[in-house]
Design a protein around this ligand. Structure first.
Ligand code: NDP
Length: 333
């Protein structure tokens, strides 16, 4: 079958597209320009025979995906603004995330072959850390309670990013409930996702989560590890595999999956880099070993293991392989 992957050239979408291709599917990727799609496939020439692309310059426009969905059996929707350096909450984050999702789902009316739509949501759609009760476990039945009205004028940029994910996922389930499409839906909620950035040829193009990891290694935080960041992490390869399994397994119909590989604090990342990459030691900030608060975080990501067979990669492996891959990009520049 053919899988439509929106936002093809992104970090997680690249791993997801390759996971589908390696599992024998054909992939149709959406990108904002033809040049981006051509550049992407030139990096993976072996996959060219089962690859095609559709250019969707602005997914906020009604009808944006009407052509792209044609000929597809499955959809994985990963295109969404994945940053919080917005200047306009609505135009830069909320509208593309929410309207992009609605336009994609409306487009499915043009292709009766579609059997499953996987929506790439986020831990951000489950919790809003600034209003989370301390000690409360992170579980996939919870919802970030923020409303559009609150998000529209919110002055804390990451809160607006998280709102864009929560409101887009709500739009996904609302569509399924009201339109009763012939396809079934699954949402995947990864927490902070890291891993080899296969999509980049230059480090200026690193996505926001891997940039954080690399900034720890490259001296950006030499004066101290930032306290910011998610208390939990997951490896991108589990996120990609979850998309494939969500398409393949009947049990995934109508389900929401939280993906968490484990708790982590940036100080642990510093310690792993110190051990594995002696050449980077001079860049590293001092470790504050008293800061273990995040490590007590309670969560349950076992549904993805039980139903989708996801086994989580350990922090040490993830950090080592990600930094190795980033150093490889650096050497080739
Ligand atoms: P990337 O920034 O690498 O990828 C984002 C993709 O979305 C790019 O292909 C980008 O296209 C596209 N995109 C962004 N804004 C728009 C827009 N306005 N219109 C059309 N396309 C757009 O990020 P990730 O790979 O990390 O994120 C992919 C998905 O996973 C997102 O939905 C994100 O919210 C979600 N996610 C990410 C996590 C993480 O830690 N990285 C954790 C949980 C969820 P272009 O290249 O043209 O800008």
């Amino acid at each position: 079958g053919t899988v439509l992957i929106t936002g093809l050239t992104g970090f997680i979408a690249t791993h997801t597209a390759l996971a589908f291709l390696n599992a024998g599917y054909s992939v149709k990727g959406t990108t904002r320009t033809a040049a981006k799609a051509e550049q992407w496939i030139s990096r993976f020439p072996d996959h060219k025979p089962r690859f095609q692309y559709a250019v969707v310059p602005d997914m906020s426009i009604p009808g944006a995906f009407d052509e792209a969905v044609k000929g597809c059996d499955y959809i994985a929707h990963l295109a969404s603004p994945a940053h919080w350096d917005q200047t306009d909450n609505e135009a830069d984050l909320l509208i593309p995330a929410i309207e992009g999702t609605k336009n994609l789902l409306s487009a499915t009316k043009n292709e009766p072959k579609i059997k499953r739509v996987v929506f790439t949501s986020s831990l951000a759609a489950i919790i809003e850390p600034t209003t989370l009760e301390p000690g409360k476990a992170i579980v996939e039945t919870e919802w970030n309670p923020i409303t559009y009205e609150e998000a529209k004028s919110h002055t804390n940029p990451p809160v607006v990013y998280r709102a864009s994910k929560a409101l887009a996922e709500r739009a996904f389930w609302d569509f399924i409930q009201t339109e009763k499409p012939t396809w079934s839906g699954t949402s995947i909620c990864p927490c902070a996702t890291f891993g080899p950035p296969l999509q980049v040829t230059s480090l200026s193009a690193l996505n926001f989560s891997n940039k954080f990891l690399w900034d720890i290694a490259n001296g950006q935080y030499k004066l101290g590890v930032p306290k910011v960041g998610s208390p939990v992490f997951v490896d991108v390869r589990e996120v990609a595999l979850a998309h494939v399994r969500a398409v393949e397994l009947d049990v995934a119909q109508g389900q929401r999956y939280l993906l968490i590989g484990g708790p982590y604090i940036p100080d642990q990342v510093v310690q792993i880099i110190h051990k594995e990459f002696p050449e980077l030691r001079n860049n590293l900030p001092p470790v504050d070993s008293s800061r273990t608060d995040h490590l007590n975080v309670r969560f349950d990501s076992s549904k993805a293991t039980k139903q989708l067979g996801i086994q989580y990669t350990a922090l040490e492996t993830m950090v080592t392989e990600t930094i190795t891959a980033i150093l490889g990009v650096l050497r080739n520049n």
